[in-house]
Design a protein around this ligand. Structure first.
Ligand SMILES: [Zn+2]
Length: 331
């Protein structure tokens, strides 16, 4: 392959990935692979891999464990929602193999263990989720998906110790983060500060929803106050995990399940459904006449969707026979 052929090949690979990109509102001009500010972040790594004739690698921090809120999910183990997301990545890898024979490798860096104690997930639930998810990766991934966990990168007698080690080596100051988030709400904010503020508000909303399960007894305002504090710690942990991943996988393109702005180091990607923002671990899979989408467990029930059971009679997903969805649901 000569140089221009290698660049062309890398551009085609990026175009395949970009077709599933998640952009925040206002960044639609970046759709496709042609925005030079976006392409310059990802293309050089893809070109290098193509020149070396090795698989192009992508790292994706995701699939932590199921949300602890039963109003959102079917249980604490992976279900059809995870299967759909993995099938999507495997199909994407398959399409890229027809362009570039060395193909791609998606490295899922599961972050559940990194912040389970902050978000109210049981470490035992994280372990059982990871065990089943790992088997699902082997079954569905067609050799193009690998899974990495905190315990693959740190050793130690307990998970608390590994988390402490992670934060000692990669954690940044909480004061600096708070300042950044607060500045992000001001008109004079930098792009980075606005992003930090957006991330903080998103995580606060998720934590608040997860805390509102029927068994809890605190008032809404007490929960609100608590989750604002916890959100800062979730971001610190997840940033530390990001720094570690960047150090361990310097040649990989960094993916994210969250929408990412123009020119971001992270490339936002959708895993299930074309206009679905929800993740497999915050929702349930619902088969509709328009294909599969994700939504909250409570929403699927409210729409009258029928529950389908899978192996070992375990709840798997829902089927919605009549198309009664408004465009907003699951979008
Ligand atoms: Zn752009």
């Amino acid at each position: 392959m000569n140089d221009s052929k290698e660049v062309q090949c890398a551009e085609l690979i990026l175009t395949e990935i970009m077709a599933h990109r998640r952009l925040p509102n206002g960044h639609e001009r970046c759709a496709g692979a042609t925005c030079p500010d976006c392409a310059s972040k990802y293309l050089p790594k893809i070109i290098s891999a193509v020149r070396e004739q090795v698989p192009v690698t992508f790292v994706l921090p995701a699939f932590p464990a199921k949300s602890p809120n039963p109003e959102k999910v079917l249980g604490h183990l992976p279900d059809f929602a995870e299967r759909l997301a993995l099938r999507f990545l495997a199909d994407l890898a398959q399409r890229i193999r027809s362009i570039y024979s060395r193909g791609v490798q998606f490295i899922i860096c599961s972050d559940g263990r990194v912040f389970s104690d902050v978000v109210g997930m049981d470490d035992a639930h994280v372990s059982s989720y990871q065990e089943e998810f790992s088997a699902l990766v082997k079954e569905t991934g067609q050799g193009s998906i690998t899974l990495v966990n905190l315990e693959d990168l740190f050793s130690g007698p307990c998970f608390d110790g590994m988390r402490a080690e992670l934060m000692k080596r990669y954690g940044r100051s909480s004061r600096q983060l708070r300042q950044q988030v607060q500045n992000g709400a001001q008109a004079s904010a930098t792009q980075e500060e606005r992003e930090a503020n957006r991330m903080y508000r998103g995580i606060t909303r998720f934590l608040f929803e997860d805390a509102l399960h029927p068994l809890q007894t605190k008032t809404r305002s007490a929960i609100q106050k608590e989750v604002r504090e916890r959100a800062y710690e979730v971001i610190r942990r997840s940033n530390a995990w990001s720094y570690l991943i960047a150090e361990r996988f310097p040649k990989s393109v960094r993916l994210s399940i969250h929408p990412q702005i123009c020119g971001s180091e992270k490339l936002g990607i959708r895993l299930v459904g074309e206009d679905c923002w929800m993740t497999p671990w915050h929702g349930v899979a619902v088969k509709t006449p328009r294909g599969f989408i994700l939504m909250k467990h409570s929403e699927a029930r409210a729409l009258g969707a029928q529950l389908v059971f899978g192996d070992q009679e375990r709840p798997s997903h829902f089927v919605l026979r009549n198309e009664t969805l408004s465009p907003q649901i699951g979008a």
